[in-house]
Structures are given as C-alpha cells and as structure tokens.
Design a protein around this ligand. Sequence first.
Ligand code: S3P
Length: 441
Amino acid sequence: MSITSVSQIRYVIQPGGRLSGTCRVPGDKSISHRSIMFGSLAEGTTHIAGFLEGDDALATLQAFRKMGVNIEGPEAGVVKIQGVGLRGLQKPKGVLDVGNAGTAMRLFMGLLSGQHFEVTLSGDASLTKRPMNRVANPLRDMGVSVETAAGGHPPVTIKANGLVKATDYVMPMASAQVKSCILLAGLYADGETSVVEPAPTRDHTERMLRGFGYPVKTEGNKVSLVGGGKLTATDIDVPADISSAAFYMVGASIAPGSDITLKHVGVNPTRSGIISILRLMGADITLLNRRDVGGEPVADIHVRYTPLKGINIPETLVPLAIDEFPVLFIAAACATGKTILTGAEELRVKESDRIQVMADGLQTLGINAQSTPDGMIIEGGEITGGQVETHDDHRIAMSFTMAALKSTGPITVNNCSHVATSFPSFVALTQQLGISIEEQS
Ligand code: S3P
C-alpha cells in the first residue's frame, strides 16, 4: 500500500472484556524517525534494533534512500545504515513524500536547510493541513530560503545553498519538532545555535545527538550546540513506544479485572506524563526493571484495574503527555466526576483537531464532553455503543477502541487505515490482550 493512497477500513468492537497478559508494543515513532535521520547523516555504519515498521518511519527511511543513502532492512525491526556524513546527501529525484508525519516534515526542513540543493517536501491530506510556518519562519531568520503553500501549509520547498546563520530562538510554543528543526539546521550553522523552550518537551534529539558523539548543552530551558561538527555512527535500540503503550495503560485502568505488563517501554521523563496523569486519577501503575538503553530510560509497565476519579490536569504535564490526550479523554469518560484539561491548544493542530474530534465522538457515545479553546471538560458517565469518526487520525481510532471496554453496545470506528502509521500490529495485539475487535473494509 502506498503511503498516500489509503483504502479505508473500520473497526467494529464488541462491548466489555478486560485486558490481561504481557506484550511489547512496536518501537517508538519519534526515536525511529531520528534514528534513520542521524544514522544517515553520521560517518560510519549505524545498526538499529526495535525500529518501528509503520508507514511514517518507513517514509522517512525511503526519503533517505532517495537522497542516496544505502539502508538495509527493516527486517524484524533491524536496520543497517551506511551514513554519508552531514554534507553527503544527494538531491532526490522528485518530491520527498513524508506521508502523515509532522515530525518528519519539520525535522527534514531543518536538516535539508544545510544541504546544497533544492528539495520539495509533501505529505498526505492530513499533513497538508498542518502549520509549517512555526519552522519556516525561524529557518528564514537563519538565512534559509523556504517556500510554503498558502497559509504556511505543505508542500514546502527548501532552496539550500549550504549557508545557515546561527540563531538564538525563543520558541513561542512547547514543541519538540520546532526545537529539533532549529537544532538540526544549527548543525550546519557558523557558530552557536540555541533554542529556549517555554516548557520541557521530548528531548530525544538532544539525547541521540549526544549518542552520535555531538556535544549538546542543556542549561535549564535552553538547549544549544555549535555547528560544524560531525556525527559518528553508533548502535540504537529503540524502546517500545509509550504513546502506543498508552492505549493499553488506559484500557487496563478502566476495565475491571485487567492486569497487564507492557515490556521495554521508553519512560523518558519528557514522555511519561501519561503515567503521572493516570496516577493522579488513581491508577495502579508500577514500573519494573528500570534500566537505561542507549541513553533512553526504559521499564516494564505493570497496570492493574482500579477505579479512576476525575481531576484537573496540571498544565505542566500537558507537553509531557501531548500525544496521549485522546486516550486520556477515554479514561476521563470512565472516571467518577469531572476531568478538566486546559493549556492544550496544541491538540488542535495534530493529525486532526483532537479536541473537537474527541468531543464529538464522546458525545456520540453519550458522554458529556465540552470542548474549550484550549482543552476539554469531561463528566464521567455511561458509554453507549455507536459509530464514531477518526478524521483519519490514528490515535483517535485506537482511543475509541479502548472505550468499548466500558460501553453498553458495540462501537464502530470509521476510517482506521492511519493506525498503520504508528501501530501496524494494533488489531492483532488488541485481540490478544482480550478485546473483541474486527477489522472490516
Ligand atoms: C514529536 C513531537 C510532538 C508530538 C509528535 C512527535 C517529535 O509534536 O506530538 O507526535 O517526535 O518530536 P510537537 O513538537 O508539534 O508538539
């Protein structure tokens, strides 16, 4: 299946059940993208294990092949990359299609700024609606020629001439993609580039650059690096994606009798807001066998059912759980009392407007969910069966699947093809853990 021509499928999930067993969800999407990017730009051979073989990360891999990088695999999560060095990429023939991935587009814009060729990046219908000026504007301030379609949307054309000016950028929003884009452009700049973030965001770029031997300084909320160095190939073990594990963490927390262990999950503190928020709601979550894997903290996560209560979600946790709110809204719908989310306007510019799409779906399922400009107010209650829309957003599809654990009738989730971007084995694993889910085309 091509990444842009998607045949539609729907999930039909029978109500009830519980989750039990042990499993390992696929590799982390953020880390998988970065492993291909940095392995390609390094000098020497990089070996990757645990790579996510989902459409998004595969599109990134193909894009580097189109720029002349020799990449073997993936085979059972193993990839081998012959790095070409920071300046060794070749101009691709035609447009680079990054599919559904905002991460790929924004990080590519940074690293392509330092090359010596013109290149156009595009993506699928969802990506084409997402804002790129948040990276295009600071790149222009670094002297890079960046063109976007109307409204700052993709496609994006970078006309790079190898010249990048260092910058000190104060980010207006908490975004790891923007931070990473500027740092990657900074690798090619003539001095020190720094990014100040308004709140901590995922730091995989900083950790992985250090893993490739590139000095990166973190002082409080400021990250900086000096351009002109080199990346040295290394081996990467990609942890299981906490954003995929999140569906089952919520599923086990809401379905009486559940008891699951999720193996080898990345629990980087800039990603583990889901654990903090569920614990504030009363969830029973234990981290076992904590260890460090190639600079990223990893643990096995044990989750047992316990009744949840509604909370006011602390705004400091929002960037640390930014991709998990669709499924946290399901947890809130199953909790006693009211859950209030504020300070999360970034949810409106994800793969879909996740505030509106989730509010609409929850209302269809009988839940009192009110969207606000920057969040949601959800009153826990009885979930009925019904038919909900994903707006082609993978995380919306997987979140509503978990809702069936507590629904009074079957739930049909329309347009689920995009689940393949981040979690290609979702249906099989979900069945294995105890949910009755059928995929229909
Ligand atoms: C990501 C950063 C986040 C997140 C996305 C992955 C990354 O986006 O939502 O799924 O890999 O850097 P923002 O930087 O837009 O918050």
